[in-house]
Write a protein that binds this ligand. Structure first.
Ligand SMILES: *[C@@H]1O[C@H](CO)[C@@H](O)[C@H](O)[C@H]1NC(C)=O
Ligand SMILES: *[C@@H]1O[C@H](CO)[C@@H](O)[C@H](O)[C@H]1NC(C)=O
Ligand SMILES: *[C@@H]1O[C@H](CO)[C@@H](O)[C@H](O)[C@H]1NC(C)=O
Length: 726
């Protein structure tokens, strides 16, 4: 028996020796990433019987037990805590002589030498495995900040430690840190250019052939100023993630930017130089022809320069801003000619065309420019409301053309009414951008035309009732048509909105208001045609006061109209990014329409007139050029726009100019009225006593001699007209 046992041992040992039993490990140290799972190999050439077999994995430096295999099973209870649950044998493989273990979720402290000891009874053999360099996912970026010029192409470096195969990378995302937008995304071995933010679409790409090498550098084409700042390259694998930041430190000016700056400076210099030379020439009492020439250059040159600068700004600004600002600069000379203090020195025909047409044409051009910009937006944002918007644009254009034609024929009030109606259509169009605003903008056609018609009726009463203009068929018919169109138009628009958008709305409200308009108009016309004689009999001073009263009421209504428009805008576009620009636009257009209601004043006090004109000719171009240059400079510095919208500045300043002109026009009305009262008083009293005329002369004098003469002529005409009717 004893012998048998002995023999068995001998046999076993010989078998062991015969098989050349020694365990093997890896030939080189293992290089792994933090969080990785790694296999520590340890195997014999052939299988070993499980009986009496013990495999022990220990970490050499700390002697802590990684795992032990004993009695045919692994012994997790013997594991030291730091390896608990992380190190596993392959139970099926152990009988084949494969004692490798799988170590999961590697920690930094796991690096070191591991010892695999395989023993059977007394026999024991071992091998060592080294884990080296447990490192984080290493993402390398650029070694310095990147500099580029606008329009150039840059490469932003981002590469990943080459130990990591490309298919282990789940996601690489490039982001712009300051703007917090996605620049480019790589996920599961695919690039997703369509998920980029829209400002980076078509501009950012990877080098596809470099990706397998772990080179995820970004090629950024057509660099813009907004790109300035930090770009973050974020890399995610299943277990860990890393990132690097590449700084696009400076974005230099492109040729266009430099041109914009040059043009701004040129505008500034031109405006100042021409202004100074006008002052010098006037002091020298130079011939009026020279002065007029300088004035002409002052009106044209800076504005043309400024227009070109705004057009070049299109590389930085957005479409509607560029269109609006450049158009305003281009068309401003027209308004400058109208407000020119020396307009009377121009040829007669030219004057006759400019006086009534300048404002409607100016208004028309700006509105068309804005509409064309809107078309582009419609194209971009889809056509949900596209057809309605297109219809409104067409309607607006027709109305504005109508206004220009009416003004050309000298129908001031109908032309101004058309301008306001066009503004109303434009307002609806602007509100369309906000879907919610569009749903509710149907209120506008019911409210604004009512106010507009109120203004019109007051002005008609003023002109035909108190100014004594004869009632002629054509203008009255025209006005009647407009009353009908506007009052019906509101109702029609409501019905249309209800049908198209299925909004429940009380139709009787617009119907009632239209009925009231029609009745009020009929009564007004009847009163006017019936009581003209009576009014003639009325004392002239009362008439003058009533005339002034009408002007004041009309002004108040105009203010209400403007306030309502702005109220709708602010209510429905509150948080829209373009709210500021559109508010300024609608306000400017309303002011323009208001000036169109008043006739061109023939006589104005010289100094305020000159000041308003000079502000328009010099001040506006100065402010515009400084604003544009500053914006460009700041944008180059910070990489982001400072004022979100240049329209706000440009249009607000334009508004100051137009308001100045409106003030002058009102001043003209006041002077006319005052003189008319005075002249009428003189006329009446001339026949009575001489002394009373002297008393009349105590009434403050009109500022200039010429004023008196020029004023006298139209007033006498009116009196003459009166007589003729009677
Ligand atoms: C040991 O077993 C593991 C798991 O099945 C396997 O991946 C490895 O290749 C085996 N090693 C050898 C030397 O057979
Ligand atoms: C980007 O990587 C390339 C190649 O390593 C190197 O030549 C270049 O200087 C790096 N660019 C920056 C900005 O670090
Ligand atoms: C990545 O590849 C691009 C294109 O070949 C190369 O310009 C860039 O230097 C590479 N980046 C690195 C860090 O090697």
């Amino acid at each position: 028996m004893c012998f048998c046992v002995f023999l068995f041992f001998v046999l076993l040992l010989t078998v062991g020796h015969e098989a050349g039993v020694h365990v093997q490990g890896p030939s080189a140290p293992l290089v792994v990433q933090l969080g990785d799972t790694v296999m520590l190999p340890c195997y014999t050439q052939g299988p070993l019987p499980l009986e009496g077999l013990r495999v022990e994995w220990r970490k050499k430096d700390s002697e802590s037990v990684v795992n032990i295999f004993q009695h045919g099973e692994s012994r997790p209870d013997l594991q030291s805590p730091s390896f608990r649950g992380r190190a596993h044998f392959f139970p099926d493989e152990v009988s084949k002589g494969n004692f490798s273990i799988l170590l999961k979720n590697l920690e930094k402290s796991d690096s070191g030498v591991y010892k695999c000891t395989v023993s059977r009874y007394k026999e024991s053999m071992e091998t060592e495995v080294e884990i080296k360099n447990i490192e984080r996912l290493v993402v390398t970026g650029a070694d310095r900040a990147v500099v580029a010029s606008v329009g150039e192409e840059v490469i932003l470096n981002c590469s990943i430690d080459s130990h990591l195969p490309a298919n282990r990378i789940e996601q690489v995302a490039w982001r712009h840190m300051d703007r917090d937008v996605l620049v480019l995304l790589f996920q599961d071995n695919e690039t997703f250019p369509e998920s980029s933010h829209k400002s980076y679409q078509g501009r950012a790409e990877f080098f596809l052939t470099e990706i397998p090498k772990g080179n995820f550098s970004l090629k950024l084409k057509n660099v813009k100023m907004e790109d300035k700042g930090g770009f973050m390259c974020e890399v995610h694998t299943r277990e860990q993630s890393g990132h690097t930041i590449v700084l696009l430190q400076r974005v230099g000016f492109s040729v266009f930017n430099i041109l914009v700056l040059v043009l701004c400076i040129a505008t500034l210099l031109l405006a100042v130089a021409l202004c100074v030379s006008i002052l010098i020439q006037q002091r020298k009492k130079a011939s009026s022809e020279i002065v007029m020439r300088i004035h002409a250059s002052l009106i044209l040159c800076p504005n043309v320069c400024m227009c070109a600068a705004f057009i070049l700004w299109s590389t930085e600004g957005f479409l509607i801003e560029v269109i609006t600002c450049s158009t305003i600069s281009l068309i401003r000379p027209l308004l400058l000619i109208k407000t020119h203090p020396y307009l009377s020195r121009f040829p007669d025909r030219f004057q006759k065309a400019v006086k009534p047409l300048a404002v409607p044409v100016y208004h028309f051009v700006i509105a068309i420019a804005v509409c064309s910009g809107t078309f582009d937006e419609i194209r971009q944002t889809g056509t949900e409301f596209g057809h309605i918007a297109t219809m409104m644009v067409c309607l607006g254009v027709v109305i504005f053309i109508g206004a220009v034609i009416l003004a050309g024929f000298g129908f001031t009030i109908p032309a101004a009414m058309c301008l306001e109606a066009g503004n109303c259509a434009l307002l609806c169009l602007v509100l369309r951008q906000n879907k919610e605003g569009f749903d509710t903008s149907f209120q506008i056609p019911t409210v604004l035309p009512s106010v507009g018609l109120g203004i019109m009726m007051v002005l008609v009463l003023q002109e035909y009732g108190f100014e004594g203009k004869p009632l002629r068929c054509l203008p009255i018919a025209l006005l009647t048509v407009m009353v009908v169109v506007f009052s019906m138009g509101g109702t029609a628009a409501c019905v249309f909105f209800i049908a198209a958008l299925r909004i429940t709305f009380k139709v009787w409200i617009p119907s009632l208001t239209s009925a009231i308009h029609l009745i009020a108009w009929t009564v007004l016309i009847m009163v006017l045609s019936r009581y003209r004689l009576h009014i003639q009999g009325c004392c002239s001073q009362c008439r003058g006061k009533a005339y002034l009263c009408c002007t004041i009421i009309a002004a108040v209504l105009l203010i209400i109209y403007g306030a309502l428009s702005l109220h709708y805008l602010s209510k429905y576009m509150e948080n829209h990014k373009d709210c500021g620009g559109y508010t300024a636009l609608i306000a400017l257009l309303h002011l323009l329409a208001s000036t169109a209601f008043l006739k061109h004043p023939n006589v104005l006090p010289y100094l305020p007139h000159m000041l308003v004109y000079m502000f328009g000719a010099v001040g506006l171009t100065l402010i515009n050029s400084v604003a544009l240059a500053t914006e460009l400079k700041l944008k180059a510095g910070k990489g982001v726009r400072t004022t979100k919208d240049l329209r706000v500045t440009v249009l607000s300043c334009e508004m100051v100019f137009v308001s100045g002109w409106l003030g002058l026009e009102l001043c003209g009305v006041w002077m006319r009225t005052r003189n008319r009262i005075k002249l009428n008083v003189e006329d009446q009293r001339a026949g009575e006593t001489q002394e009373m005329v002297d008393v009349c002369d105590v009434v403050p004098d009109p500022p200039e001699k010429t004023t008196r003469q020029e004023l006298a002529a139209p007033s006498q005409n009116h009196t003459y007209n009166f007589c003729k009717i009677i």
